[in-house]
Design a protein around this ligand. Structure first.
Ligand SMILES: [Zn+2]
Length: 262
């Protein structure tokens, strides 16, 4: 059975927030700003666009991830000279300009192609969910003045979106748990899993014990769920046989996020 990557609670919040912000928003996409952003990535000394001429194999990889996730919109992929392992997605909100997915040179230098596919897939997941547009409208409309309940919904929406983006990353890296775990080693610890001879299974079991403390009022990142929860969420996504089983087993994680402190 094909497991649906969409997290229903995230989708529901998307619709609630979109209805709330879109009709009320006076926000106009600032084309001049979009132009500046585009030029910034094209002309800076420390970043350049990934394309078939500058970085052929990387360009091919980005295109194949896009294809694997059935994304047909225009995306500009960029690389930034930075040793930190990171990626980001910037929504343009205007068809004239592409969305921008940025990855650091740290990512490219440390990760294998399959691990790279995970992080590119994660960022493209944000494009699929259109998180950037909700964020753009919400921040423009409310800045720091959103009513508490709405701010909480927005916060939960962002956290759940990260969990769902990880699912697109997982699909992009060929549904391979070993790749996901080796990626996590490098992303969180900056270290290579193979060097320590720890199997994927051992790592995931240790994480299952570790994550318990994050389920009951433990620390959650402001805009990203605790890593232990993200890892367990992908383990469940990878191993559950039906959508119902996945939703049941995900419930404690989803509940902990829904009840998070803002
Ligand atoms: Zn993300």
């Amino acid at each position: 059975m094909k497991i649906n990557p969409i997290i229903p609670q995230r989708e529901k919040l998307h619709n609630i927030l979109w209805e709330q912000v879109q009709p009320n928003s006076t926000y106009q996409i600032d084309l001049e700003l979009e132009d500046q952003k585009y030029t910034y990535y094209n002309e800076s000394c420390y970043r350049f666009p990934i394309n078939p001429y500058t970085t052929p194999s990387l360009s091919f990889l980005c295109d194949s991830v896009k294809e694997r996730l059935h994304i047909h919109s225009n995306i500009m992929f960029c690389i930034e000279n930075d040793t930190y392992i990171n990626g980001a997605c910037m929504t343009s909100g205007n068809k004239e300009y592409p969305d921008i997915v940025r990855i650091t040179s740290g990512v490219v230098n440390m990760l294998t192609n399959d691990e790279l596919a995970f992080i590119i897939g994660h960022e493209l997941g944000h494009v699929i969910m259109q998180n950037g547009l909700v964020q753009l409208f919400f921040c423009q409309l409310y800045k720091d003045t959103a009513p508490n309940h709405l701010y909480h919904q927005f916060h939960v929406y962002q956290l759940l979106s990260e969990l769902e983006a990880d699912r697109y990353g997982y699909l992009a890296c060929g549904r391979n748990l070993d790749t996901f775990v080796s990626y996590q080693y490098k992303f969180t610890g900056g270290i290579d899993q193979q060097r320590f001879g720890v199997s994927t299974d051992t790592f995931l079991k240790a994480n299952q014990r570790h994550m318990q403390k994050f389920l009951h009022g433990g620390w959650l990142g402001k805009w990203h769920p605790a890593h232990a929860l993200r890892i367990e969420a992908i383990r469940l996504f990878a191993t559950c046989k039906t959508n119902r089983e996945l939703q049941t087993k995900m419930k404690p994680i989803i509940d902990s996020i829904m009840n998070c402190d803002d």
